[in-house]
Design a protein around this ligand. Structure first.
Ligand SMILES: Cc1cc2nc3c(=O)[nH]c(=O)nc-3n(C[C@H](O)[C@H](O)[C@H](O)COP(=O)(O)OP(=O)(O)OC[C@H]3O[C@@H](n4cnc5c(N)ncnc54)[C@H](O)[C@@H]3O)c2cc1C
Ligand code: SF4
Ligand code: SF4
Length: 1006
């Protein structure tokens, strides 16, 4: 890129970036391809888009429009200017409930649109699995569709008009009701009409999804409507800036039948039979995909519901039925159907399905929560598959071929006969009702042998699809992976028609060149992600185990396939993206930049230190949100800690990081002289100095030191007779209680015997000993929380003890990448606790601070600390333990009655390991309390992150979701937050004093 070219783009006034960070961030999409663009532009208006596209054309730069970049075959990468239409262009307007229409900016995300439409009783029909981040612009350009294609058709069926920006900068509105581009329309109509026989010959009826390339077949049915040509054009004709869309009434009723099969073949055969029932969807999932959900916290409930652990099967069909009520409210596709069962009720169809002699067993579901659980597995299907361990992954390149549903059994046999001689495994899952199976052969693209097979499978599948007169790209587009095959698929005549259309719209071939029309620049096996062709080499020896899944740094880093799941606005991954909308603030962005650094694609070529790495990594909160929510379990907190550790080992640990690693020591010093230390914390000149010298924000309050440390209080509390804090082992019985826990299990909390009388004073402990972990914050800053926990545990009848000589759990050191220090602390702490493991009833260890607990149950294993596994099994979060105990013995304590509302913000580390919903139930065990578990992610404080001067603003931005949630609670609601950082953030940004759950319970005890 020359400076003249850059100047031309900048002169348009459109926000554009040409730095290496942006070029690397936008070099990939969700495909296996990697092409560095020269820059990225983010237009805010159609006029800006027009100016920037015209400037790019003038500067001889190609333009690749882009939404969320979730395309699977390289559709959204290009060597010229990426025009990103999703950052600013997210407005939903002009809802017309009479006309059933709405207007959207091209960057509106499907879930965003549906959240807007739902209260009005409407939705946008086509349901891509990437609905949490796929943009309407991308959906139109790919002519996307989803599972309910039999009811809703594809995106093209729902477009009324489009505002587009042409290669010469013209902004046009196209659609049947608009007069623009009439000459072009007439020319295109003539071209297409002349090829109608060829179309009928190549594309016989019965295909439910789309044909590759431009929608010429659909245009023939509505020749004034150029939107049909734009839908499916993959950014090769024009940029879509906004769209007027048709919306569909929500179904009145839904029902799901799940059928379990002994083989894929039987499921395919059954699909044909089930089509008669006119389902809204029939989705197929096979065992390789189901197996990927094993041990995954987020899918365990679905596995339990489907009884997959107790009654395994080879494949399942999810059959969904819709009832739209009166014909007037049915979407066009459904009401037009005259088949005998099209008007039956959901219950009737489910009972017909039940009566069919199909499969090993069936499950009928009508509860929305249960149906959602099943759909959650299906929607994560693709990413779950790619999350398998090891360098061989299910690769997307033949994953989008569709045939007529009745051809499926034979088509699957054909594919198997391609795969078998090559010794390849593949999963066959997807939209059975539409004849589209997302088949992904498992290939190690790092290996020359598998690269050869990659091409062989692609060649043979293209031929097979032709034999069935099917579509090689039925919803994901042609992209890079399939352009080579389009001549074969379409023939010269149809491809020629499309080439003429391309020339009519874009005579200089500005838009997304080399896609759909092969010009030699893209081959299926060219432009692969660099780590395939040049395997990553680490300039350091990793110290972490990556124990949860991949057992290797590179393995976990390469799990990021770009699917974009971390670009969503819900759940807990990724809070910094949710707050900013910037690619570099997402897990995907971070993983991509880490890969770029290791491939020396960063400025300075230093794999450990660069401005790109700093931009990506230093803003990661280490909240662990990605580990459970990324379907491939990318663990950015670990990757970041490891890379930072490698940097510190080479360059030395900076003073600030050294200080942050030792907050426990600071606590000890501060508590030795609180009368001196506390005023210093608010002494402005000193805070200014701390900001300039250490980067600790003067805007952030610092926690005050307690006048009496918790451990000192505890020693007094025990009295001189019991002042020894040494642990001893319990001599009581255990009651089995198993808590599902990411990949491993924690067994048997030691509950011991209940006191004889409920509410009896704990004069004589009857349940044996229990260890309370007095973390740094409880010990030095918030002893009242420890005191509350002791009150609760003693009321239960436990003999509470602390860990003599305990040291900081190591979380602060771990978070800044000071892994040696973290390991040293971990080793010490485990050595203090491990000796008790050999005892028959080793005491349970309870944690008040979730980030310390996650250190013991997860990160000590990552640090490869001997004995950590066994100790970890005895570690529980205070809330979880108390809830389990009260579930077993509801009358173990007596509580006061206090009608009040309670809102709980669970800590992100707790959310990453367990479902926090139980916390609401726990609070509601207190009579009169009505509890809500807030839908929040990380609070933004994240240990010391929010105290850093250069992170303060981001920390506050991230906190906004929590603050909004708190604002929405009824007046007088008590806020419960078990993380010290979360309470700190709430205290700093509101006038609310949040409590720990232990305080809530302690105050309720009578
Ligand atoms: C895990 C996974 C599951 C998927 N499941 C489905 C599925 O169920 N159904 C389905 O159809 N697809 C699916 N896809 C593919 C992809 O998510 C969809 O095609 C999606 O609609 C693309 O939207 P996007 O915003 O990410 O577009 P991008 O990937 O950014 O772009 C898609 C194409 O459209 C062009 N484009 C983007 N925005 C514009 C614009 N404003 N103007 C002009 N051209 C534009 C781009 O140049 C590119 O060619 C899946 C992908 C993944 C990773
Ligand atoms: S981090 Fe996970 S969710 Fe995000 S793009 Fe990578 S694989 Fe997908
Ligand atoms: S640890 Fe949290 S902030 Fe960091 S990438 Fe993962 S989800 Fe995002």
């Amino acid at each position: 890129m020359t400076s003249a070219q850059e100047r031309k783009i900048r002169q348009t006034g459109c926000h554009a970036r040409f730095d290496n960070l942006m070029r690397q961030l936008y070099a990939t999409d969700a495909s296996i391809y990697q092409i560095q663009p020269v820059g990225v532009a983010f237009p805010k208006s159609a006029q800006q888009a027009s100016a920037v596209i015209r400037a790019a054309a003038d500067a001889n730069l190609s333009v690749t429009p882009r939404g969320a970049g979730t395309s699977l075959v390289g559709n959204a990468v290009g060597e010229g200017l990426i025009v990103e239409l999703s950052r600013y262009n997210r407005h939903v307007t002009d809802l017309d409930l009479e006309k059933h229409s709405v207007r959207v900016g091209a960057g509106v995300v499907l879930d965003q649109l549906n959240d807007f439409l739902r209260p009005h009783g409407f939705s946008f029909g086509p349901d891509v699995a990437t609905s949490s981040r796929a943009t309407l612009g991308g959906m139109i350009a790919n002519n996307s569709s989803g599972a309910r294609c039999p009811v809703y058709g594809t995106t093209a069926d729902h477009v009324l008009s489009l505002e587009i920006v042409m290669a010469d900068g013209r902004v046009e509105t196209i659609g049947p009701m608009h007069e623009s581009m009439r000459a072009e329309c007439a020319k295109i109509e003539n071209l297409i009409r002349a090829a109608s026989n060829e179309m009928a010959e190549r594309w016989p009826a019965g295909l439910i999804k789309r044909w590759p390339g431009y929608g010429i077949e659909k245009f023939l049915g509505a020749p004034k409507d150029l939107t049909n040509i734009l839908a499916g054009s993959e950014g090769t004709l024009a940029a879509i800036f906004s769209a007027e869309l048709k919306i569909s009434p929500l179904p009145h009723e839904k029902g799901l039948g799940v059928i379990f099969f002994a083989s894929v073949g039987e499921a395919m055969q059954a699909t044909v039979e089930l089509l008669d029932l006119k389902p809204a969807a029939i989705e197929h999932i096979d065992r390789p995909l189901l197996d990927q959900t094993k041990g995954q916290l987020h899918f365990q409930a679905a596995r339990d519901l489907l009884e997959l652990d107790t009654q395994p099967c080879e494949s399942i069909l999810i059959v969904e039925f819709y009832d739209f009520g009166t014909a007037r409210t049915r979407p066009r596709f459904e009401s037009g159907d005259m088949s005998p069962h099209s008007k039956s009720s959901v219950a009737e169809k489910l009972s017909l399905l039940q009566s069919k002699n199909l499969g090993l067993r069936k499950k009928i579901l009508t509860d929305p929560a249960q149906m959602n659980l099943v759909w959650s597995v299906r929607k994560s299907g693709l990413s779950l598959l790619t999350g398998c361990i090891g360098p061989a992954k299910p690769v997307a390149f033949i994953e989008d071929a569709a045939v007529r549903p009745a051809q499926l059994p034979e088509y699957v046999r054909g594919l198997q006969s391609i795969m078998k001689p090559l010794g390849l495994e593949a999963s066959y899952y997807g939209h059975a009702a539409s004849g589209l199976l997302h088949v992904r052969p498992v290939l190690d693209l790092h290996s020359q042998g598998d690269l050869k097979k990659f091409r062989q499978v692609a060649d043979q599948t293209s031929a097979l699809v032709r034999q069935f007169k099917g579509s090689l790209s039925a919803e994901h587009g042609v992209g890079i992976a399939r352009t080579e095959y389009l001549r074969d698929q379409l023939g010269d005549e149809l491809l020629g028609v499309m080439r003429e259309i391309k020339h009519t719209f874009d005579p200089k071939n500005i838009f997304n060149p080399g896609k759909i029309f092969a010009d030699g620049r893209h081959k299926i096996d060219d432009h692969l992600r660099e780590d395939f062709t040049r395997p990553l080499e680490l300039p350091f020896q990793p110290v972490l185990a990556f124990a949860f899944k991949d057992r290797s740094f590179i393995g976990n880093l390469e799990q990021c396939n770009g699917c974009g799941g971390c670009l969503k606005q819900t759940g807990i991954m990724c809070p910094t993206f949710m707050a900013t909308g910037e690619e570099v603030m997402s897990t995907r962005g971070r993983a991509n930049i880490m890969r770029a650094a290791l491939e020396r694609r960063v400025n300075g070529h230093d794999p450990l230190k660069s401005e790109e790495l700093d931009a990506a990594l230093t803003n990661c909160l280490s909240c662990k949100g990605c580990t459970p929510e990324c379907p491939s379990n990318v663990n950015l907190a670990l990757l970041k800690a490891e890379l930072m550790h490698a940097r510190w080992r080479r360059d030395g640990l900076p003073l600030r990081e050294r200080m942050l690693s030792n907050v426990d020591l600071l606590g000890r010093i501060g508590c030795a002289m609180p009368a001196v230390a506390n005023p210093i914390l608010t002494f402005k000149p000193l805070r200014a100095l701390m900001e300039s010298a250490l980067g600790i924000s003067a805007r952030r309050s610092l926690p005050h030191y307690a006048r009496e440390r918790f451990d000192k209080w505890f020693a007094k509390h025990l009295g001189s007779a019991g002042a020894s804090l040494a642990m001893s082992h319990a001599s009581r019985d255990t009651r089995g209680n198993t808590i599902p826990h990411r990949g491993y299990r924690i067994d048997a909390a030691v509950f011991g015997e209940a006191p004889k009388t409920a509410g009896e004073a704990p004069a004589l402990p009857r349940r044996g000993k229990i260890i309370l972990w007095d973390d740094t914050f409880v010990r030095y800053h918030e002893p009242h929380i420890g005191i509350a926990a002791v009150k609760v545990l003693e009321a239960f009848g436990f003999e509470v003890s602390l860990v003599k000589n305990r040291r900081c759990c190591g979380r602060p050191a771990f978070s800044v990448g000071n892994l040696e220090r973290a390991a040293e602390l971990a080793k010490h702490n485990v050595s203090q606790l491990v000796s008790l493991n050999s005892q028959p009833f080793a005491p349970t260890i309870l944690f008040l601070e979730p980030s310390c607990w996650s250190m013991f149950v997860e990160d000590y294993r990552e640090l490869k600390i001997e004995g950590a596994d066994d100790v970890g099994k005895r570690c529980f979060l205070f809330e979880n333990f108390v809830d389990d105990l009260l579930a077993q013995e509801p009358d173990a304590l007596r509580f006061n009655l206090r009608p009040t509302t309670i809102a709980i913000h669970p800590h992100c580390h707790a959310k990453s390991i367990m479902n926090p919903a139980f916390m609401g139930g726990l609070a509601e065990r207190l009579p009169g309390r009505k509890a809500t578990v807030l839908d929040t992610a990380c609070c933004g404080m994240a240990g010391a992150f929010g105290a850093l001067a250069d992170k303060y603003d981001l920390s506050v931005q991230v906190a906004q979701r929590l603050l909004d949630n708190i604002d929405n609670q009824p007046a007088g609601t008590e806020i419960i937050a078990s993380g010290t950082s979360c309470r700190h953030q709430i205290a700093d940004l509101t006038n609310i004093h949040a409590k720990h759950m232990a305080e809530l319970i302690a105050e309720a005890i009578v």
